[in-house]
Design a protein around this ligand. Structure first.
Ligand code: 13P
Length: 258
């Protein structure tokens, strides 16, 4: 499907991970300025997930503009004795309209299970913000031919029952493609996204047909157009290339309607 034939409004989200300081606001402002100017005909939503320390400051500078903001993780509970954790309600109050949950770095570094990821996504819904639920296979799982099994299982176990196209976005991020410069072929991405779409429709009926499925993992200006043109790829979750406005905008540009 070409960009022009899309039924689902795409989302291009930048996950800054543990990068950025106050001076990085300039990059986010450059993205905003492009969306207000040369990219005004953009047929996509654009989001940045900065570290939580920057969220409120970014919201003060960018709030109400075309750049949406997101958190990178949340705790399942709304408050309590959870040192170092952040509630979805806190993210919302700080200006986030969504939160990434279940990123493979959270799953690997903090041992997060599908059940915990699901509880975090439910917390986002409770707080009234969107959940961006991440799934993806490891290199060993891919080599063993288990990609579709792993992805289907993560999907079924991580998605809250009340997920809708408005409150939940799915992000397929093969772990071996994250930060490595490696990407699956367009054909592989097509197969996995088709399998994800089938499970979403099984789980959520018509709503599953409208949910956005993002691809993430080494999306760069030079491969974005090919990856984003794949059927059932409804946008991108971009790591390293989202830190510089010029690179991020080159990816976002894929969706400028002409
Ligand atoms: P890279 O784009 O740096 O590979 O990171 C992808 C990612 O993990 C986004 O969440």
């Amino acid at each position: 499907m070409g960009i022009a034939g899309r039924k689902i409004r795409p989302l291009v989200a930048g996950n800054w991970k543990m990068n950025g300081d106050k001076a990085s606001l300039a990059e986010a402002e450059a993205v905003r300025d492009a969306l207000l100017g040369p990219f005004a005909s953009l047929a996509a939503d654009v989001m940045i997930a900065p570290p939580v320390t920057l969220l409120a400051g970014f919201a003060a500078a960018l709030g109400g503009g075309p750049v949406l903001l997101a958190g990178q993780d949340c705790h399942p509970r709304p408050c309590g004795a959870h040192t170092g954790d952040i509630a979805a309600e806190m993210l919302k109050e700080s200006g986030a309209s969504a939160v990434i949950v279940g990123h493979s770095e959270r799953r690997a570094d903090h041992g997060e299970t599908n059940a915990e990821v699901r509880a975090k996504a439910e917390a986002a819904h409770r707080a009234g913000i969107g959940a961006i639920v991440c799934i993806g296979e490891t290199k060993d799982e891919r080599i063993a031919g288990l990609t579709l099994d792993v992805v289907r299982r993560q999907l079924k176990e991580s998605m809250p029952e009340i997920s809708t196209a408005a409150n939940t976005v799915l992000a397929y991020e093969p772990v071996w493609a994250i930060g490595t410069g490696l990407t699956p072929t367009a054909e592989d991405v097509k197969d996995v996204h088709a399998a994800i779409r089938d499970v979403l429709v099984d789980l959520f009926g018509m709503e599953g047909d409208k949910m956005r499925i993002l691809y993430g993992g080494s999306v760069k200006p030079d491969n974005a157009a090919v990856l984003m043109a794949v059927e059932n790829v409804d946008g991108a979750l971009v790591g390293g290339a989202s830190l510089k406005a010029s690179d991020f905008l080159a990816i976002v540009r894929t969706y400028v309607g002409e």
